[in-house]
Design a protein around this ligand. Structure first.
Ligand SMILES: NC(=O)c1ccc[n+]([C@@H]2O[C@H](COP(=O)([O-])OP(=O)(O)OC[C@H]3O[C@@H](n4cnc5c(N)ncnc54)[C@H](OP(=O)(O)O)[C@@H]3O)[C@@H](O)[C@H]2O)c1
Length: 294
């Protein structure tokens, strides 16, 4: 049984694509036990109904997928990991950085893995989950016991038909995504624009170089491969052009009045700068501006 903690867009994508009968959502304490019914609209093929039961207290999952938002993850794990055997691998799907390291420190006895995915899923209606963009999912170990379960975890998840790969250095891959998110998401939320439009905004043009200087220094401080500010800017702008028509998840969260993951993207970079004595005024400014959008 694969348990999914976080019955939102990404959790439902995995629930709908993994073999029926092998998945269950993890309930909040005291949550109703009626199965979850929703419609799933795949990229190819027709919309179909999906039913997912809630994990029962007598069931022991062989794998736990954590698909909560970064800010909810520690609370969700605190409520559930004490009930899960210490040899059950736990895969963290959160965007950004910070929550993965916290979970790994807090639960050293559990095999912890992290994933980064470019799959896109959303819920235009409460009972409709749309697989909006096909992507790749990379999974790697956050601790030694996670490493021992990596191949097995990937074998389970490949059954979904999604593109799932093992990653020997998941932290670097999470960093690569963080760099792009740090250079796009906050700007799109502040400017209320799609990814491609931000390139034309003077606010973006004014701050992207000093932001990339900060990120370049932080990559060095974190022991990540060196990247010059110019390389970082080129990568960020390239992704913004390739995803020109996309609404970033941060802008979508702001527009829907939900909490954003800014504390795990630019906010993470601010905390890292404080630890390493790196000036992060631009990351700080972007973090505060997004925090005030709600
Ligand atoms: N969606 C995507 O395409 C996508 C792609 C790449 C990465 N990600 C990352 O994946 C993570 C999840 O994204 P998402 O879009 O799926 O978010 P989401 O739709 O908001 O789903 C999160 C789910 O977690 C549930 N949850 C929160 N706290 C919980 C708790 N203590 N116990 C049980 N469930 C709890 C929420 O329930 P309530 O709604 O009831 O609060 C919600 O259903 C984020 O870090 C995101 O950046 C998502």
């Amino acid at each position: 049984m694969i348990a999914i903690l976080g019955a939102g867009s990404l959790g439902r994508l995995w629930a709908a694509t993994l073999p029926a009968g092998q998945v269950a959502f993890v309930p909040r304490p005291g949550q109703a036990t009626e199965p979850v019914h929703f419609r799933f609209c795949p990229i190819r093929g027709v919309t179909r109904p999906v039913t997912v039961p809630w994990l029962q207290s007598r069931q022991t999952p062989s794998l736990l997928l954590v698909t909560t938002k970064a800010g909810d993850t520690l609370t969700a794990l605190n409520a559930n990991l004490p009930l899960i055997p210490t040899n059950t691998p736990v895969v963290l799907f959160q965007n950004g950085l910070g929550s993965q390291q916290h979970a790994t420190e807090a639960w050293p006895d559990h095999p912890i893995l992290a994933a980064t995915t470019t799959e896109g899923a959303n819920r235009p209606e409460a009972d409709l989950t749309v697989h909006a963009g096909e992507g790749e999912t990379w999974i790697g170990a956050m601790n030694a016991s996670g490493e021992a379960h990596l191949a097995e975890v990937v074998r389970w998840l490949v059954q979904s038909g999604l593109n799932v790969h093992t990653e020997s250095d998941i932290l670097s891959r999470l960093w690569q995504k963080l760099v792009i998110n740090a250079g796009i998401n906050a700007f799109t939320a502040i400017l209320n624009c799609q990814n491609g439009q931000l390139l034309e905004h003077t606010f973006f043009q004014q701050w992207i170089d000093p932001l990339c200087q900060e990120i370049s220094q932080l990559l060095n401080s974190a022991g990540q491969p060196e990247q010059t500010p110019d390389t970082l800017r080129a990568r960020i702008e390239n992704v913004a052009r390739k995803t020109a028509a996309n609404t970033s998840s941060m802008l979508a969260d702001v527009l829907a009045g939900r909490d954003t993951e800014i504390d795990f993207i630019n906010g993470y970079l601010v905390r890292l700068g404080q630890q390493h004595g790196v000036d992060t005024q631009v990351n700080q400014m972007l973090t505060e501006r997004v925090q005030h959008l709600k």
